[in-house]
Design a protein around this ligand. Sequence first.
Ligand SMILES: C[S@@+](CC[C@H](N)C(=O)[O-])C[C@H]1O[C@@H](n2cnc3c(N)ncnc32)[C@H](O)[C@@H]1O
Length: 343
Amino acid sequence: MTHHDSRRDSGSPERILRVGLGFWDANTLLSAVELDVFGELAERPLDGEELRLRTGLHPRGAQDFLDALVALGFLDRDASGRYANTPDTARFLVRGAPEYIGGMLEMATHQLYPSWARLTEALRTGEPQRDEAGQNHMFDHMYADDDQRRTFQRAMTSLSSRPIAKIAERFPWPKYRTVADIGCSEGALLTGVLRRHAHLSGTGFDLPPVRPHFEEYVTSAGLTGRLSFRAGDFFADPLPRADVLVFGHVLHDWDLPTKRMLLKKAYEALPADGAVIVFETLIDDERRENDFGLLMSLNMLVETKGGFDYTGADCRAWLAEAGFRDSRVEHLDGPDSMVVGTK
Ligand SMILES: C[S@@+](CC[C@H](N)C(=O)[O-])C[C@H]1O[C@@H](n2cnc3c(N)ncnc32)[C@H](O)[C@@H]1O
């Protein structure tokens, strides 16, 4: 990927304006998700007035809003003026669809957008811009609220589903019998991997408030017998023992001493020849290409006390320090890659 070169020096201010006003596009899409425009169109196309009434829009902005979604490529409109989902919005933005990605966008609306409005302050001070993020246990605070907890779990599942499918497909699972996912959230990784590999059993490790979400998700996937939940706090408790330990989008939440502590605990919990899988929106080693990974790291700046994203080379160095005998980096999907370390 060398897309950054084509983004520079085009001789036109268009890209500068487009990025600078990127919140126009973003808010239009986020409002459409919040108002469930795509869900209302799941069954059949609707004319503008019916769609307006169903989504509760005031007449003043309705037509511009819906036609902006057409112009942005998120809706189609036929010759008779009826609106319909595009193949992508039908697939990824209808709530309840198996590949629904809107959980992440719901979290963007409620949580990330207000923090990002204060990015300059975060850059000047190094401080997160969510009131509760300054506390040691930001998750305790977020999980105290049922809605926030559910939105966050859904966001994680939606963001992780594609890299998880690749991990299920590409990692040499036949060599191992047990897997534990540290910071498992609803259990999307374990479910994806165990569905594909019938010989495996798994443990999800996460904070106690996550248990009901995990159990609901795993039950609906029909995997209750092979999967269990272990409630714990990885600061205070040892990690569960398993042949493979997974950290998905977990290390980037924390500062460097915590990252190192978690990898050390993983080493201790693994048998000889056991493996750790770390998957994230890894930054490329040159720190030039993976803009999503770099922006994710700024997201950790505004959202967490010490979190940051990192390169594959960074992670391999930490794995070596923790004692792992070898490691490798493999691209998964989109901005996500995994680092695999062997004890
Ligand atoms: C960013 S989410 C990643 C979820 C999932 N692994 C994925 O890739 O989609 C981080 C997870 O770490 C969990 N977590 C945070 N602090 C924890 C702690 N002290 N002990 C155990 N789990 C924790 C959170 O509850 C959350 O599920």
